[in-house]
Design a binder for this molecule. Structure first.
Ligand code: GCB
Length: 873
């Protein structure tokens, strides 16, 4: 079918070639070679290409905050005089977040909102056979009247989606209806037996006289055979816009669309001159499907119960900010489909239209929404911008059949709940005006998009029930972080059952869930808040089981498909929200493959949940339990060529205890025709005194291991000292088990080893490591977790003064065996805030004394985060 579309496009160009080219519609992408500056004086221009944004780097650097202000773009475009009778539009597909456009110095217009497209008719400002200057000022500063006001993602500024220059004959499909396609496809009746299609077409005539044209609309099947055509002679008044409706006769036994069988029909609209010349053309997908929700039975697709399971997606990408090349974005959708998902929630704003088109084609249901997140401003301007944004959203995304839900708010009372500045009266008022906006948006969405579900996402709080905002939309998405921000993993089911009991008429789903996870962090004793992939697996698998065992829950969308930029966050990767199933660069985490094992039944699949790049340490550990994933029933496990186990998968998962040997190991998993082999480097030792290693690292104060890519070493978790091994003699972990955000030095600067620095032992005076005699380079890692830096420096991140600022001191001497390597070590005095300090020294160990790190307290309790021991030959 792709073939037919490109054939049709060629046709248009051909017509243009044969007839005079002033007559045909033309689109030119204006992406290359813009001049750009952040400088208010508009000097220092640099050449950039679109997609572009100015926060890719500063949203990830050590300095808190990122530039939010005005950027200027400028481009010269030559327009030949042959085009002077055409109507010219500039089309912007996404500019974050407020744009002012000028052509040849004339002000053309303003657009608010960073995630929807907009058009300006620039005809009157153009010069022909001349260069025309296009200038755009873009502002991403906080604006109380433009949503989102506040959210857990970075608001990168810039022209980050394509810009097009469109030239059209005087009569054309309207570009003036909130930058929509100028036509809307409706399905007044769809069933297995028959389907009806109605197309509403908006035509503009920019001529000073009335025009007679022909409108031809046809539907073809996936093979390209035209199955319905309607052709009518039409009249459009002088300088007028007209609306035409085409109601096709019933299509019998239509082929239905679903994620499993995404059968697409195509719609072609042609606007012709009286002599048959094509003036304008549009193409669109047509798909026959219908959805509904039932409070007791969940979601129905084409009349059958259908559990929706998928992901949320943010649009940014490591190294690109939000200016992501389309081919990379499209890869996301393929990855999501290949995981076996059947739904994407494009959170928290409309994503690029190309991706919706791909969802139509690949078969993915879509939840699409506008970014009214966390709070509302009570001004007429905010309400108006919100309503306009929703109108743009509904009109621009109307014709994608994959879109089954239109949303408009996410966790709208989040700030209210955590707000300790407002009075009770102000809070009550906020509930009232937020509800009022929600109601307006809900009614508007229902009216504008009658064949879609309306949806809203809420956070775990009773305020949504109390205010009754949760009763507005047809489907409610609960964003639930049991086992992460709240309580424990099994509390999910308790909450869902309770909601269902108290609100039996409400249809619900779990629209967000998931813990942060880092591929470099691993544990055999995973815990809440530790960022291990093992905990991520436990949580996701349990959520899957709890949701799939409840018919009344429509489904679930994991938070998030990929790690994404959130500038204020500090986790094991600073400024990144790490709840992705894949990393920020889209390399999958293990959990992605587990989902694939339970969701994608298409072809046999096996996976060993170990990263072959990371050496594995087995210290006084005979066997290591390894997670294995497959969509098959059973598999065989081979270690170094020998069958060691047969495993049976339950919900995609099996485990096997693997008796790895010291050195290189080949682990093989075989299910039916599928084989996965991984070669793992193992350091196995029951006695460090006789061990042979090049590097040995310990993640002091932590129950998880950390892979350090710089040294290619996996730091082992901490333990209490026992002879011939290693461990602390005293001290307590500086706590991550309760709440990682409490007291943990997030966004440690001067290092990329957050996984080591963020955890530590406090009050440790003696740490012993029974390594053999020899010469070593020893690196010790420290960061001050609590006491504010006394160093005035550029790097001082403590912009926000904490109320209970702790003023005590922490001073200690550091000794390696008998040598003092630092006296009066005072992190707060000598280094900036949250500064990762590495102290390196050499030591020669003999007499079998091993290594003893002594931290001699002078004031307060010593802290230490890690040690790396490297043999010197
Ligand atoms: C939520 C928000 C989402 C956040 C997420 C998180 O509930 O809707 O925007 O990113 O939680 O990771 O905390």
């Amino acid at each position: 079918m792709q073939h037919i579309i490109s054939h049709l496009k060629t046709l248009v160009i051909l017509f243009c070639a044969v007839f005079s080219y002033e007559l045909c519609a033309q689109k030119i992408t204006l992406n290359s070679g813009w001049q750009f500056t952040l400088d208010a004086a508009k000097t220092n221009w640099q050449t950039v290409n679109i997609p572009h944004n100015w926060n890719t780097d500063d949203a990830l650097d050590d300095i808190s905050g990122y530039f939010r202000g005005v950027g200027w773009y400028q481009k010269q475009v030559y327009i030949p005089k042959e085009k002077k009778d055409l109507v010219h539009y500039l089309n912007f597909k996404g500019v974050n977040q407020e744009a002012n456009v000028y052509v040849n110095g004339n002000y053309v217009g303003n657009h608010k909102g960073g995630y929807t497209a907009f058009n300006f008719n620039i005809t009157e400002f153009l010069k022909f056979d001349a260069y025309n200057s296009i200038e755009v000022s873009v502002d991403n500063s906080h604006n109380e009247n433009i949503p989102p006001l506040d959210a857990d993602f970075t608001f990168y500024g810039g022209i980050y989606r394509d810009v097009e220059l469109i030239a059209l004959p005087k009569q054309h499909f309207s570009l003036n209806d909130f930058a929509s396609d100028g036509f809307y496809v409706d399905y007044p009746n769809v069933s297995k037996e028959k389907a009806e299609v109605e197309v509403t077409v908006l035509l503009d005539n920019f001529d000073i006289k009335a025009a007679s044209n022909q409108l031809q609309v046809s539907i073809s099947d996936a093979e390209g055979k035209i199955i319905q055509t309607d052709s009518k002679k039409i009249k459009i008044g002088a300088n007028a816009s007209e609306t035409f409706k085409i109601h096709f006769p019933e299509i019998h036994n239509p082929k239905l669309w679903s994620p499993e069988q995404p059968y697409l029909y195509r719609l072609q609209l042609l606007l012709k001159d009286t002599d048959g010349t094509i003036l304008d053309e549009k193409l669109s997908h047509i798909a026959f499907r219908w959805v509904s929700v039932d409070p007791n039975k969940g979601l129905f697709l084409n009349g059958n119960p259908y559990k929706i399971i998928g992901v949320n997606r943010h649009q940014d990408y490591e190294g690109y900010g939000n200016a992501v090349p389309m081919q990379l974005q499209e890869k996301d959708i393929h990855l999501i489909k290949d995981m076996g998902a059947n739904i994407i929630r494009f959170a928290h704003y409309p994503h690029a239209q190309e991706l919706y088109k791909l969802c139509d084609e690949l078969g993915l249901l879509v939840w699409s929404e506008i970014p009214i997140v966390n709070k509302v401003t009570n001004t007429p301007e905010f309400f108006e911008t919100s309503m306009t944004m929703q109108e743009e959203h509904l009109k621009q995304y109307y014709n994608f059949p994959s879109v089954v839900m239109f949303g408009y708010m996410n966790e709208i009372f989040l700030r209210l709940v955590f707000d300790n500045k407002s009075t009770e009266k102000e809070k009550e008022a906020a509930k009232v005006y937020s509800y009022a906006l929600a109601k307006q948006l809900e009614e508007f969405t229902r009216k504008m998009a009658p064949n879609r579900l309306t949806v809203m996402a809420l956070h775990f709080n009773e305020v949504y029930n109390d205010t009754k905002i949760a009763d507005l939309s047809m489907l409610i998405g609960w964003n639930l972080y049991f086992g992460w921000y709240n309580d424990t993993i099994p509390d999910l089911g308790i909450f869902l059952d309770d909601q269902h009991k108290h609100f039996p008429n409400r249809s619900i789903m779990v629209s967000e869930y998931g813990p942060g996870a880092d591929v470099n962090v691993s544990s055999t004793t995973p815990k809440k808040y530790d960022y291990t992939q093992e905990y991520q697996l436990i949580l996701h698998k349990s959520y899957y089981e709890q949701v799939t065992s409840r018919d009344f829950v429509a489904g679930m969308t994991a938070w998030n498909f990929a790690d994404f930029g959130s500038e204020f966050r500090g986790e094991t990767i600073p400024h990144v929200n790490q709840k992705g199933l894949v990393q920020y660069n889209r390399e999958p985490k293990a959990i992605y493959y587990w989902y694939k094992s339970v969701l994608n039944k298409k072809a046999p699949f096996v996976y060993i949940a170990l990263n072959a790049k990371h050496p594995l340490n087995l210290i006084k550990e005979d066997k290591r339990t390894v997670s294995l994933f497959s969509n098959q029933k059973k598999a065989e496990v081979f270690l170094n060529g020998k069958l060691i186990d047969s495993v049976v998968f339950s919900n995609g998962l099996a485990t096997a205890d693997i008796p790895f040997i010291n050195g290189e190991n080949e682990l093989k998993l075989v299910a039916d025709t599928q084989v996965e082999t991984k070669t793992i480097q193992v350091f196995k030792s029951d006695n460090l005194k006789t061990a042979d290693f090049k590097r040995f690292g310990i993640n002091i104060g932590s129950h998880f291991s950390f892979y350090d890519k710089d040294h290619e070493v996996t730091f082992v978790p901490d333990r209490g000292y026992s002879e011939q091994l290693y461990g602390h003699v005293d001290g307590t972990p500086y706590n991550i088990t309760k709440d990682r955000n409490q007291g943990i030095p997030n966004n440690v600067i001067n290092t990329e080893k957050e996984g080591i620095f963020q955890t530590m032992l406090e009050g440790c005076t003696s740490y012993k490591i029974d390594i053999p005699n020899g010469n070593y380079k020893i690196s010790l890692y420290f960061v001050e977790p609590q006491i504010k830096s006394k160093v005035e420096t550029l790097y001082n991140l403590s912009a926000i003064k904490e109320p209970n600022e702790i003023t005590q001191e922490r001073i200690f001497d550091i000794l390696l065996n008998t040598t003092v390597i630092e006296s009066q070590f005072d992190l707060a005095k000598a280094y900036p805030d949250k500064y990762g300090v590495t102290l390196t020294s050499s030591i020669s160990i003999d007499n079998n004394e091993g290594l003893h790190i002594a931290l001699r307290p002078i004031k307060g309790k010593p802290v230490i985060s890690g040690v790396l021991i490297e043999k010197i030959n």
